[in-house]
Each structure stands twice: as C-alpha cells, then as structure tokens.
Design a protein around this ligand. Structure first.
Ligand code: SAM
Length: 248
C-alpha cells in the first residue's frame, strides 16, 4: 500500500518510522511519502493560509498550494491506481474499525491534514469529482491539526494489511472486529505469573477447556461492553451471538 501525507509539519509524521508502521515500511509492505505543503507555495513567506471570506476568527488554508500538491502527488504515482483522498476533520464521518477495514483494501491513500480552520472547501469538492474522498473525524473533540489523526488512521489501517501483524489471527477477536462478536469490546487479558500481588488469574483460563474459555471471553466482552459502551449493546445482533454460543 502506498501512503502520501501532505502537511505543513512533516516532522509531526516521524512516528511513522517506528514500531509496526516503521517495520511495515522496512519490509516493503508500506510505501510512505511525507510532503511539505510549503514546497507548492510561490511567495517569499511560503504562505498557505489566508483570512476567511465572510469574516470570523482564524485562517483558512488556501486552495492553490493544496491543488498543486495533490496534482503533483497524483502525477508521481501509477496512472492505473486510483488514489483515495482522506481528509481528517472534526466535521467528517466518524472513523471506525469498519472504515479502517475498508481503507485497508485500497492500494493508495493520500492524506490531507489541515491546520487553522481547515482547507478551502473547493479543494475537497474538486477532488471528490475525480477521486474517492473520505472526510474523517477521529472523535468528538477538536485537535489543533490533522496530523495526529493521520497517525491514528494509518496505524489502524496498517495493522490490517496482510503480513503486518506477526500473527494474522491477532485482530480477529479485537474490539469492533467483524464476526460473531462484532460490536462487542474485547474483555480482560492476562499473562504470567499466575499470581501477582495476591491476585489470581481467572481459573477458567488454565482449564484447558476451549469451549469454556471461549464462553467466558464472550461473557466478559459482553459485560465490559455493557459497562463502557451500552450503545454498542443496543446495536448488537442477538442472532450472531446465539450462533456464536451454539458453536461453543
Ligand atoms: N474549525 C474546525 C471545525 O470546528 O470543524 C476545526 C479546525 S481544527 C482547529 C484544524 C484541523 O485539525 C482540522 O481541519 C482537521 O484537519 C484537524 N482535526 C481537528 N480535530 C479533528 C478530529 N476530531 N478528527 C480529525 N481531524 C481533526
């Protein structure tokens, strides 16, 4: 998968060199290219923002550098591969595991993280006529810029790519993972030692009984979801859970 990020703070994307994403780059599974938006400005001050039409506080990112940047990124890619533009914005569609799965199936993502009050609307409208465009919010709060959102989205997408996680099964039981326990959060997890500060691990986990362990995990997932995200229980498909129970 190829990822391009156009930003006025390229150094903010340094974490893409470490951990899982960094390793995926080294292994050739991810081709990440970070571009400084200011290279597509033509004035002495490398201006990327201007005052908003209609008045109001804050500044708006100018369309000219963004248009030139996105055209240059496009021109530098395989003409046979369609880029998907991802625009982080608090007014976008909520970023979910479902969308992460969808984006992980695309060969080329181009991120346009903004600063100030966002990017001139005409840029998004113009590219939506040629490219698939997703305006995405990572939560109901407002960040100073979209770079942190790019890191979040990239990590969620990258770990779904074949070969990125050591064990391909490890995201199967994740919270929100599609499947029998879809829409439930993952329950608690434990490792050695069996007793820590007088606290035992749940006995069932060393019973060796796969059916009981799976049932226990499902019950814990249900309880945790009920406690932290009752809205997810509302959406839970009882038929899927019954099917899962019968298989135990
Ligand atoms: N005035 C804008 C609004 O209320 O929708 C907020 C602009 S914010 C200060 C600057 C940039 O940070 C946004 O354009 C976006 O790129 C990014 N950003 C802020 N909060 C975000 C969120 N919750 N999800 C994704 N991106 C966000």
């Amino acid at each position: 998968m190829r990822l391009d990020v156009v930003t006025i703070f390229p150094e903010y994307l340094e974490p893409l060199n470490v951990s899982l994403v960094g390793k995926a780059r080294v292994n050739g599974l991810l081709d990440v290219r970070v571009h400084d938006l200011r290279q597509w400005t033509h004035d002495r001050h490398n201006t990327v923002d201007d005052s908003p039409y209609g008045g109001g506080p804050g500044m708006v990112m100018k369309p000219d550098p963004w248009g030139e940047a996105l055209d240059a990124v496009r021109a530098d890619g395989d003409p046979g591969i369609a880029p998907v533009l991802v625009v982080p914005t608090p007014s976008g569609r909520p970023f979910t595991q479902e969308l992460a799965v969808e984006l992980s199936g695309r060969p080329w993502l181009v991120f346009a993280p903004a600063r100030y009050e966002g990017i001139d609307r005409r840029v998004i409208d113009a590219y939506a006529e040629q490219w698939e465009v997703h305006e995405v919010s990572i939560g109901d709060y407002v960040l100073a810029g979209g770079e942190a959102a790019v890191l979040v989205i990239t990590e969620a997408v990258a770990r779904l790519l074949p070969g990125v996680l050591g064990n391909a099964e490890s995201h199967r039981d994740d919270s929100f993972a599609p499947g029998a326990m879809a829409d439930l959060l993952e329950g608690p997890v434990y490792t050695k030692p069996p007793v820590w500060r007088d606290r035992d691990i749940p006995e069932v986990l060393v019973s060796g009984h796969h059916g009981r362990i799976a049932r226990w995990r499902r019950d814990q997932a249900f309880r945790r979801t009920d406690a932290h995200r009752p809205d997810l229980i509302e959406r839970c498909d009882p038929a899927a859970l019954d099917k899962y129970d019968r298989a135990l």
